[in-house]
Design a protein around this ligand. Structure first.
Ligand code: 2AM
Length: 176
């Protein structure tokens, strides 16, 4: 039997936006806030699949290729801290319907293929810090970055030599 892999569907951030976000993060949070997420790992998770078999991964890859979803844009204009999970994040105050629908369809396909889905409502966000378990002084606002979502991807989360790396396995375009 082949090994299981830890997979998730996500929206990536363009390289320019990754750089802007990490510069803003360094300017606005003290170093002791938590474990900063690497620039290349900044993303918005659409559906977390967990550790899954190659067979399930193939089924979900086929399903993803058949999804007809539209391009959308969103403004990253919200910031927060979840002390329980130790995540400091940026997100959006107004999630576009197209984003909610894309996440919902991916989550329901994931659930139908046996990938446990959280019952918590979908809260689109980019994790900036992990292990942020102490109180964090949250800056009053973000610079209101615009994110144009033109595609979504399947990623594999790999943990090697003390580092997490997200490897993009496949990308699908969103329609005009
Ligand atoms: P997070 O950034 O809020 O931690 C890869 O692990 C991605 O899947 C992360 O962005 C993570 O979200 C998300 N994810 C969602 N549910 C998860 C879970 N149960 N375990 C690990 N990661 C999860």
């Amino acid at each position: 039997m082949s090994a299981e892999r830890r997979l998730f569907f996500a929206l990536s951030l363009p390289a320019k936006l990754q750089k802007q976000v990490i510069k803003w993060r360094a300017d606005n949070f003290p170093a002791e806030t938590g474990r900063p997420v690497a620039a290349a790992n900044l993303h918005i998770t659409l559906a977390f699949l967990g550790e899954i078999s190659e067979l399930k991964a193939q089924a979900l890859t086929r399903v993803a290729g058949r999804i007809q979803a539209k391009k959308f844009s969103l403004t990253l204009d919200d910031i927060g801290h979840w002390p329980g999970s130790g995540v400091v994040w940026i997100g959006t105050k107004r999630a576009p319907n197209a984003l909610l629908q894309l996440a919902s369809v991916l989550r329901s396909h994931a659930a139908r293929n046996g990938c446990h889905q959280t019952t918590l409502p979908f809260h689109p966000h980019v994790s900036l810090y992990r292990s942020a378990t102490r109180p964090v002084a949250i800056p009053p606002a973000t610079p209101q970055w615009l994110l144009e979502a033109t595609e979504f991807s399947l990623y594999e989360s790999q943990y090697e030599k003390g580092r997490t790396r997200y490897r993009c396995l496949q990308t699908w375009p969103l329609a005009d």
